[in-house]
Structures are given as C-alpha cells and as structure tokens.
Design a protein around this ligand. Structure first.
Ligand SMILES: Nc1nc2c(ncn2[C@@H]2O[C@H](COP(=O)(O)OP(=O)(O)O)[C@@H](O)[C@H]2O)c(=O)[nH]1
Ligand SMILES: [Mg+2]
Length: 417
C-alpha cells in the first residue's frame, strides 16, 4: 500500500542535542530538493540533555517524531524501535553526529527506487568514498579488520556502516533481529538475507560536536555478534566445527583418564571407563554448546541415543582402521596413520548420526518467513515489557503515544507534550 511518506529516516541518539537542528535542516532541505516526502524518527535513550525541547521546536517546522526510551540503552535496539514505528515506503538509518552527510540520503534511495538493490550502504570503502583525515592509523586498521571479518557474511566493502537504506518490504524479519552491539546494518543484511547490495560512496566526517559512545566493550560485542551471525548463516559448518572441537577435548580426556586408571584397574576396564567418560563429557558439551538450539527434552533417552550413535562411529572407526591395515600394503606399513584416519571418518558418521537422530532441529517457528508487515507491527507493537516511551508527533501536534504503543507499561510516561 502506498503511503504519503516516501522515506522514514531513523536516527538513534544519545546526548546529541547540539547536532539535531543542523541534521534536521540539512536532511529536509535535501529531501525537498529531491522531491521526496520524508519523516525523521529520533529514538533517544532518555539523554536528559534538552533533546525533548529541541525536538519539540523542530517538530513545529518539520515532520519530526521523537521516541524517548526510558530505562533502556543501545544503538541497535533503538534503531529497531525506530524501524517499528516508521511509516515510509523506504527506510534510512543514519547517525545523528553528521558523520553521515544528510545530502546523500536521496542517493541512497535511488538504487532502491530503480530496484537495483535490496540494501544500500553509504560507504567509506568504495571508489569515491573517503574518511576524515583525522582518523589515525589504528582506527583505520581497526575498521578495516572488522570489515574483513564480516567478509564471509556479505560482499559489502563497508558492512559495518551505520548509514544504510532498504525498502520496508525487505525487512521481513524485524522481530527476529537480535543484535548485540552496534552493527545493526550487518544484522539486517544477514538475517533478512539481503544480498543485492549497492554501495554509494560518501565522505565520512568526524563529529565536531558531542562525544563518541563507541567503547572497547562494543568492539568485544562485535566479535560475539559476528559469531552469532556466522552460526545463523552457516549453521551446519559452525556446528560441525564445534562438534569437532568437543570431540578433540573428549579425546584428550579419554587419554588422560586411561593413563590414570590403567595402573589400578587394568587395561580393559580402564579403556572402557575412559571411553564412557569421554562419551559422557562429549554429550554434555554437545548438549549445552553445539546443539543448544535443538530439542532438549528427554535427557536420559537422548544420552542413551548419543552413546548408541557414538558406538556406531566407534565401529566405523575400528573397521576402517583394521580394513586399511589388512587390505593395503601402504597402511600395513603405516598402521598408525590408518588408526588416525579411522576417528576422522568416525567423527563425520557420529556427527551425522547425532544430527539426524539425537539432536534433531526444533520445528521451525511460525513467524519469521511470514512475519507481519508493518501494518501488523503497528497494530501489535513488540514493545518489550516495562518499556515506557513517549512520542512527540510530527507537525508539532504533540501526542501521547498511548494509542499507538498499546502495550506500554503503566509506569508514568515521560511525555514530550
Ligand atoms: N538511542 C541510542 N543511540 C545511541 C546510543 N549509543 C550511540 N547512539 C547514537 O548512535 C550514533 C552513533 O554513535 P557514535 O557515538 O557517533 O558512534 P561512533 O560514530 O562509532 O563513534 C549517534 O547518533 C549516537 O547518538 C545508545 O545507547 N542509544
Ligand atoms: Mg559517530
């Protein structure tokens, strides 16, 4: 359904009072020049720096809406919140600190309008794009390395960018977004499966007012976020690597236990006990790490199945090793190499058996593929319990958002009216 608004620009803010007026004026002047109807949605985490007053006066002249989140912090979740409220056909996300030139917004929309792309990035790292001179070597290197680490997830040269646009119909998995840290653009690209990406060169200007909120902690969270996204994108490869690492740790435990037990109870019993301990160890680790997303019911039955599945792998390992040694001249001269090959095959067989039999996937949730469109989201907003928000509506009509945000708690709201 065509709405009157062509583009909703979502801007997360925390203590950005001094940048808001210039951002708003430059943004709406560039939209006007391009003949676009837009709205600006500012999602502020209760900065208490006068943001509410500034937005109120800006809303007298421009279609500005302010959402104040109380008791919640975080750039990425703030962006998600803004996207939930957006009414435009196209969505743009950008920073408030004027690092991202508001004049580039119409250019970011063009590839969407011509259906050349599903996701457009205001990019520092394509020809024509650039960074502020003030960026030191460490910051440049840090940004590049962070980008390279994401290469397995997307072809974008600047996947970390906070300046991007997409069509709202491609935001199919809004409720399934689960970013930790800053990189909401990367999260959307990967979780919504957006691979037709166009990068528009921009000059990234360092902020001149206010302070950066990027901390070292956020950089650590980025690595965690990447791990989650790789697991989402390549679930079997990541599970198989984890399964192998668990197997290696089990092998070490097996050998240590055997070395400790053998002198006391003899080789046969020590071997059996060590194998059982390693099997139990592997089961526990696989249950809590490798296959934590899968079915967890019926622990005893699952454990017995796991032992049964491993037993099969052990037999495969034994047969391959013995077969190679007995049937080929090469391995009869190198029996240890043959013994080493057996467990490799056994690991693959064990993994397949566990995947098919012991840790089967949960039935797919009903929602993501058929997630409601925006109309649905606005009818039934997914505001977290306890979130108290207030909204300053466009055109200066201050409006308590109770009607729109039907699930807000009964804690007193901070209203902008
Ligand atoms: N709502 C909200 N916005 C935030 C938060 N942290 C940062 N921002 C905003 O996100 C944008 C980028 O943050 P900035 O500090 O400039 O990060 P940097 O550019 O990586 O140094 C700015 O508009 C910030 O005001 C937060 O916790 N909540
Ligand atoms: Mg910044």
């Amino acid at each position: 359904m065509k709405t009157a608004i062509d583009v909703s620009v979502v801007v997360p803010t925390y203590r950005e009072r001094d940048n808001l007026a210039e951002l708003t004026e430059r943004l709406f002047s560039s939209l006007k020049e391009a003949g676009l109807q837009g709205e600006l949605i500012i999602v502020d985490d209760d900065s208490q720096d006068g943001t509410i007053d500034i937005c109120r006066s800006l809303a007298e002249h421009f279609p500005v809406r302010l959402i104040t989140r109380i008791g919640e912090r975080g750039l990425a979740t703030a962006v998600i919140r803004g996207l939930q409220e957006a009414q435009g056909e196209c969505l743009v996300v950008m920073d408030a600190d004027l690092s991202h030139p508001p004049e580039a917004v119409p250019e970011l929309l063009r590839p969407l309008q011509t259906q050349q792309a599903d996701f457009v990035i205001g990019s520092r790292y394509v020809p024509g794009g650039s960074l502020d001179e003030s960026w030191g070597l460490f910051r440049r290197l840090n940004s590049r390395v962070a980008g390279w680490l994401a290469r397995g997830l997307t072809t974008a040269r600047d996947p970390m960018a906070g300046f991007f646009s997409l069509h709202r119909r491609h935001l199919t998995n809004l409720n399934g977004l689960n970013p930790c840290g800053y990189k909401i653009g990367l999260e959307i690209m990967v979780r919504c499966g957006l691979s037709r990406i166009v990068e528009v060169p921009i000059h990234f200007t360092d902020r001149t007012r206010g302070e950066s909120k990027l901390s070292l902690k956020e950089q650590g969270l980025y690595l965690k976020h990447l791990a989650r996204l790789y697991a989402f994108r390549f679930p079997e490869a990541v599970r198989f690597s984890t399964f192998t690492a668990v197997g290696i740790s089990g092998l070490v435990l097996d050998m240590l236990s055997f070395a400790l037990l053998a002198p006391g109870v003899g080789i046969r019993i020590a071997r059996a006990a060590a194998i059982w301990m390693a099997m139990t160890w592997n089961y526990e680790l696989n249950r809590s790490i490798t296959f934590r997303q899968t079915e967890t019911s019926g622990r005893l039955v699952q454990y017995l199945k796991f032992c049964g599945a491993c037993l099969f792998g052990a037999m495969v390992s034994w047969s391959i090793s013995v077969g190679l040694i007995e049937q080929t001249t090469f391995f009869s001269r190198h029996p240890i190499t043959a013994a080493g090959l057996g467990p490799v095959f056994a690991a693959v067989v064990n993994y397949a058996a566990c995947r098919m039999w012991v840790f089967r996937s949960r039935p797919a949730p009903a929602s993501p593929a058929t997630a409601p469109g925006f109309a649905g989201l606005l009818r039934k907003p997914s505001v977290p319990a306890g979130d108290t928000s207030a909204m300053l509506n466009m055109s200066g009509e201050s409006q308590n958002s109770a009607a729109l945000l039907a699930t807000t708690s009964d804690t007193p709201e901070r209203t902008a009216a």
